[in-house]
Ligand binder design. Structure first.
Ligand code: NAP
Length: 246
């Protein structure tokens, strides 16, 4: 059987890293995209190889068109035709009210979370439509429907846009044999909270979550892996919420 070749953006840490390892365990060869942390990406690639998959790391800022082109070019050169894409790279900027948020942070969040997802999806759609098959999974957020007042309404808005993109692109690409879905995580225990200025945020949020704990990256990776798999062959255009009930 031909092994799937899947590009995971932001595969060096957190949910992306867990997704790379889970997909490798399920028989994928994996392209580990990353922005800055080459060492972390290399460690994930080693993990993929240990699980029996082929792996390549590519530094690519998903908000930059030339980087995205190089990401897919390197993937195809080194591992063969790309069959899957996980649009995972995402940023929030510092926590705070919109009125207090630096416009440069607003721009960055829109650039990475929305434009980056669009650019990667566009390139994947070009390659996959020509082959009449492929799978895309977008990492959204429960924030898309909660709004996240006081924390990051701009981030929540980009994730709502990702949900709409998921719906529209699924309809657009369905006739080409391409499925497009999203996973909307709740609060997951990753380094993202420290990056937004509150390392203890996930633990403190436990009381507000019906399952009374933050999620683990592996629990999101499991949902991504299902949507990527043939078991989800009739699922497209759906947003799977994995949020402990939040
Ligand atoms: P994380 O631990 O901060 O990891 C972020 C990853 O994205 C890293 O691999 C980072 O690469 C990469 N990245 C950042 N900016 C990038 C860019 N411009 N281009 C390419 N890669 C970039 O984050 P996480 O918590 O795993 O979050 C992953 C996704 O889940 C994001 O889309 C996030 O919005 C979403 N999400 C997270 C939570 C949560 O509670 N953690 C909840 C809902 C949704 P480097 O290592 O090179 O910096």
């Amino acid at each position: 059987m031909i092994r799937p070749v899947t590009v995971v953006t932001g595969g060096s840490r957190g949910i992306g890293a867990a997704t790379c390892l889970r997909l490798a365990a399920e028989g994928h060869d994996v392209v580990v995209g990353y922005a800055r942390d080459a060492e972390a990406a290399g460690t994930v690639a080693d993990g993929v190889r240990k699980a029996g998959g082929r792996a390549v790391t590519v530094r690519a800022d998903t908000s930059v068109e030339a980087d995205v082109a190089r990401l897919f070019e390197t993937a195809e050169e080194q591992l063969g035709p790309v069959t899957g894409l996980v649009n995972n790279a995402g940023v929030t900027g510092p926590l705070g009210r919109l009125a207090d948020t630096d416009p440069a942070d607003l721009r960055r969040v829109v650039d990475v979370n929305l434009l980056g997802t669009l650019l990667c999806s566009r390139r994947a759609a070009q390659l996959m439509a020509a082959r009449r098959s492929g799978v895309i999974v977008n990492i959204s957020s429960a924030a898309a429907t909660l709004g996240s007042p006081g924390d990051y309404v701009h981030y929540a808005a980009t994730k709502a846009a990702v949900d709409t993109l998921t719906l529209g692109l699924a309809k657009e690409l369905g006739p080409d044999g391409i499925r497009v879905n999203a996973v909307a995580p709740g609060i997951i225990d990753t380094e993202m909270h420290a990056a937004m200025g509150d390392p203890d945020r996930a633990r403190r949020a436990a009381a507000t979550i019906p399952l009374r704990r933050p999620g683990q990256a592996e629990e999101i990776a499991a949902a991504v892996a299902w949507l990527m798999s043939p078991d989800a062959s009739y699922a497209t255009g759906t947003v799977l919420r994995v949020s402990g009930g939040r």
